[in-house]
Design a protein around this ligand. Structure first.
Ligand SMILES: [Zn+2]
Ligand SMILES: [Zn+2]
Length: 424
């Protein structure tokens, strides 16, 4: 019996890892242009952290977390709560009042696996903590947009405001009153949500719920003056940065901690419209977790979805993995000098491949093609006795003699120089 990976947990094979590395490189590069610093947290946290931050009545906490009940620990379902925990625990704000942090890594949620949604999934997560200005919201959103643009993805941006502890509770009460009037038309989930988490009803995808929600009161019309002004300024700041967006008054996020600005980067290239990334402001969260009264805003992007979109769109632009040189040692006496030569080349930063099986020249050239080698150095017994090898350019099959006299160090330096002058 073969053992297979767990349902919803997936290997990322070498051919695909190239794409993942490319996404990570782009993300680090762009995040660092915005002064973001990387932070790495453990994958497990005390369960209480997620219950207190994400919210008890959310889908994530109610049914999607991987929890070791007897140990009271949970595999993180998202990164923001862990970043806040680390921020508070290490008092990061003491050194620098505004912290710009990002992290890249796996998250875990027990959902029904589907295209672009796995139980172990990976996120790029960026947070700016300790700043309240609307321009910060715009800058963070613009950073996310810049990354998606640089990756060549076509996405649209939607924004909304969820208000604050002053204006949201009265709005919630109005929304509940409205939903109760037609509660028999809501789906089973929304009947329950009407009292536990009524905002979630606004983004239910079921047609019967959607029909009701169109007429529902809007949070945007219920914002307090401060929240209203914040939202106006975010919109103006986005326009000033030339970031196109649309307002979606039905957008809520699945996590309780969001306040004011929320946003989603959406694509319609994965079947139904799906979020590639999403985030928002969380002004009460840090205090709620026992930290100082600081505000924050952040987003997470799904790497599986980004990788899928790139697979569909831009595969040809990705550089293939390749070797600089393949050493074809023919005959047993050339194996030792060739393996030392490969080792010395690798020490000097050259990507060198070698085959120890003593196979025929034809078989070894085939292998050189498989590893995408730019050159092959052929060292036969006769050539070796004359201190010579043959350097073959694999792109045009042109061959030239290569001088193999001198010490192994001299040979490797000469070869390195030759490779560098020929490649450039
Ligand atoms: Zn408000
Ligand atoms: Zn519903």
């Amino acid at each position: 019996m073969k053992i297979q990976a767990i349902n919803g947990f997936k290997d990322i094979l070498p051919g695909n890892v190239i794409r993942w590395q490319y996404i990570e490189r782009c993300a680090r590069d762009i995040f660092e242009r915005f002064g973001m610093q990387e932070i790495r947290m453990p994958i497990m946290e005390k369960t209480e952290l997620f219950v207190r931050s994400i919210g008890e009545a959310t889908d994530v906490v109610e049914k999607e977390m991987y929890t070791f009940i007897d140990k009271g620990i949970t595999m993180r379902p998202e990164a923001t709560a862990s970043i806040m925990r680390a921020f508070i625990e290490h008092g990061l704000h003491v050194q620098q009042p505004v912290q710009r942090l990002y992290t890249i890594g796996p998250m875990f949620r027990h959902e029904r696996p589907q295209k672009g949604r796995l139980r172990q999934f990976h996120q790029l997560d960026a947070e700016i903590i300790g700043a309240v200005e609307p321009r910060i919201d715009a800058e963070l959103i613009a950073m996310g947009q810049m990354l998606l643009d640089e990756l060549g993805l076509k996405t649209s941006l939607e924004i909304n405001s969820l208000g604050c502890p002053v204006c949201r509770p009265p709005f919630k009460a109005r929304l509940i009153t409205y939903l109760e009037q037609s509660i028999e038309h809501l789906c089973e989930d929304c009947k329950r949500r009407t009292h536990t988490n009524p905002l979630r009803v606004l983004d239910c995808k079921k047609p019967s719920c959607r029909a009701l929600v169109v007429e529902a009161p809007s949070m945007l019309e219920a914002l307090c003056p401060e929240c209203d002004q914040h939202f106006q300024e975010v919109k103006e700041a986005l326009q000033a940065l030339r970031v196109p967006f649309q307002i979606n008054r039905f957008m809520v996020r699945g996590l309780d901690y969001y306040t004011r600005t929320t946003f989603e980067f959406l694509t319609s290239d994965l079947g139904a419209q799906a979020a590639v990334g999403a985030g928002g402001r969380y002004d009460g969260l840090i205090e709620q977790l026992g930290g100082p009264p600081l505000s924050g805003i952040g987003f997470a992007m799904g790497m599986e979805r980004i990788a899928l979109l790139m697979e569909q769109d831009t595969e040809s632009h990705l550089p293939a993995a390749s070797m600089d040189i393949f050493l074809a040692a023919l005959g047993s006496e050339t194996l030792a000098p060739c393996s030392l030569l490969a080792h010395l080349l690798r020490q000097q930063g050259i990507r060198a491949a070698i085959d120890y099986s003593g196979r025929s020249l034809k078989a070894q050239l085939k292998q050189a093609g498989r590893v995408n080698a730019r050159f092959t150095l052929i060292v036969g017994v006769d050539e070796w006795s004359r201190q010579e090898g043959i350097l073959r350019d694999m792109t045009n099959q042109v061959q030239q003699p290569f001088d193999m006299s001198g010490t192994p160090e001299e040979q490797s330096l000469r070869l390195k120089q030759l490779l560098q002058t020929t490649i450039h």
